[in-house]
Design a protein around this ligand. Structure first.
Ligand SMILES: Cc1cc2nc3c(=O)[nH]c(=O)nc-3n(C[C@H](O)[C@H](O)[C@H](O)COP(=O)(O)O)c2cc1C
Length: 353
């Protein structure tokens, strides 16, 4: 009774699922080995606390926040939950070290480094300060390097995911990385996961847990603008496509998002910049900057202001499985029920055979 009153409210996995999730859940300090992937502007205190309070593990997206602003967001989240949650830091942030210190001062239990290989000093500072370190690994060789550098756990994210993506699908990354490294560190898999059957399969392949982003955008607790949520409710898998690069001399980092006016205009913008470069009006560096600048502030415009025409509608291919606005706890319960039903079907098939 005393133990139970300390446990989070919300859905519970059955014994088999609990066993499959045990390592990931112990690492996260949650009941369910399910991370809410950090989503800039979306993953703030309300969604993060709702996920952690429901027994999963929320992650604040630091994005471009400065240390003071991050400290506020952490304190705001701590006021809404006493369960563990993480903070996701983008490694290119010019103030990465002060951001790590901000997390440590606030006693954040898990720091997730995203967007590139984190400097060794940042990993060491986080660990010496008592936080667990989670890193994104885009390939097996880098995954091994990150484990050697001290990563306590890894996220492997396939190209099905929403936001900035690598070139390889989770299907392939999981086969390449899990058999080699799952025994060494807990590995959480991300990208394209929208149902419990898929969660079960990845756990059986050796994943310690999963990370979902797109599926939580339409959580009732998510502060995303109603028009942003509507776009997700309407979107199908084939609408969530990576940004297209027009010319190989001007690289564009692929971002998976729902197509809209903005994505069309981006093609025209690249063509216009290219023409001005070719006619000598702008230098190569200036042209590259103009191309990169196009999307500045675009995710905020879509998520916060609801500009779904010109803003960036970052979304993964699992967007087609987002069909209703539901409390986070209900989404998690649904995912667990789907995994349980798949287990039951297998046990039934085993008994019949
Ligand atoms: C709107 C949006 C914003 C995102 N922003 C970030 C971010 O700031 N940092 C990050 O590491 N990942 C970011 N992601 C990726 C998620 O954390 C997560 O790994 C991904 O959504 C998982 O794939 P799924 O969308 O198929 O569930 C973002 C994803 C979305 C959909």
């Amino acid at each position: 009774m005393a133990m139970d009153s300390l446990a989070p409210a919300g859905p519970r996995p059955g014994p088999v699922l609990q066993r499959l999730m045990a390592r990931g859940a112990a690492f996260l300090g949650s009941r369910v080995a399910l991370m809410g992937g950090a989503m800039s502007w979306v993953s703030e205190r309300h969604l993060v606390a709702a996920l952690s309070n429901a027994g999963a593990f929320g992650t604040i997206a630091c994005g471009a926040m400065e240390p003071d602003r991050l400290a506020e967001e952490i304190a705001g989240t701590q006021a809404l939950t006493d369960r563990p949650f993480g903070v996701n830091l983008i490694t290119m942030h010019p103030r990465l070290q002060p951001l790590v210190e901000t997390c440590l001062a606030a006693k954040v239990s898990h720091i997730v480094f995203a967007g590139g290989i984190p400097p060794g000093a940042a990993i060491r500072a986080a660990k010496e300060g008592g936080a667990k370190v989670v890193c994104f690994a885009p390939a097996l060789a880098l995954a091994k390097k990150l484990v050697r550098s001290g990563a306590d756990a890894l996220v492997i994210e396939g190209s099905e995911a929403g936001g900035h993506i690598g070139p390889v699908s989770l299907n392939v990354l999981a086969q390449e990385i899990l058999p080699v490294l799952a025994a060494e560190v807990p590995i959480f898999v991300a990208g394209g996961i929208g149902r419990g059957e898929a969660i079960l399969s990845y756990l059986e392949m050796g994943a310690a847990g999963v990370q979902l982003g797109t599926r939580f955008v339409c959580a009732a607790e998510s502060i995303a603008h109603p028009r942003f949520k509507q776009a997700f409710l309407r979107g199908a898998a084939r609408d969530a496509v990576p940004t297209v690069q027009l010319d190989e001399r001007f690289p564009v980092i692929p971002v998976r998002a729902l197509q809209n006016e903005g994505t069309k205009r981006f093609m025209e913008h690249q063509a216009a910049v290219l023409e001005r470069f070719q006619s000598g009006v702008v230098t190569k560096e200036a042209a590259q900057l103009e191309i990169e600048h196009f999307w500045a502030g675009a995710l905020r415009r879509a998520v916060i202001e609801g500009d779904v025409e010109q803003g960036s509608l970052m979304a993964g291919q699992s967007v087609g499985m987002v069909t209703a606005i539901q409390p986070a706890a209900e989404i998690i319960a649904e995912l667990l029920a789907q995994a349980e039903a798949a287990l039951a079907r297998r046990q039934g098939a085993g008994a019949a055979g």
